[in-house]
Design a protein around this ligand. Structure first.
Ligand code: 5GP
Ligand code: ZN
Length: 112
């Protein structure tokens, strides 16, 4: 399957890893929009939030278990935002489910 994030998880494309376990891979966004901008992805291919179901939701739970750990390691003691873009209207560009962990400054607006 020709998926950028599957290739990153497999190590076929380099990335700046910040966290990894059996279910989850997290790495720095290549074009950070905030001082801390980490992408957290499941280690199975799920295209977007629309494809979350009873069979893969454990991966989503594991991602959210990792969130406070990553936030702490990144020094986000004053809060942060976690978002996922799904489909055309949200301007999702990479079709592998991912959560943006953003922080390090006061965020505003729809996305910050
Ligand atoms: P989306 O717009 O789909 O929610 O977010 C995709 C994110 O992936 C963007 O913030 C973009 O900067 C990031 N991105 C795209 N290609 C790469 C890449 O090759 N490496 C990394 N680390 N991030 C990428
Ligand atoms: Zn994928």
């Amino acid at each position: 399957m020709d998926c950028l994030f599957c290739k990153i998880i497999a190590g076929e494309i380099p990335s700046a890893k910040v966290y990894e376990n059996e279910y989850v891979y997290a790495f720095r966004d290549i074009a950070p929009q905030t001082p801390v901008h980490v992408l957290i992805v499941p280690k199975v291919h799920v295209c977007c939030a629309d494809d979350i179901n009873a069979e893969n939701s454990l991966y989503v739970a594991k991602i959210f278990e990792a969130v406070p750990e990553i936030a702490k390691a990144e020094g986000l003691t004053n809060g942060y935002r976690v978002i996922t873009n799904c489909g055309e209207d949200a301007c999702q560009t990479v079709k592998h489910l991912h959560f943006h962990l953003m922080g390090g400054r006061k965020l505003q607006g729809e996305m910050g």
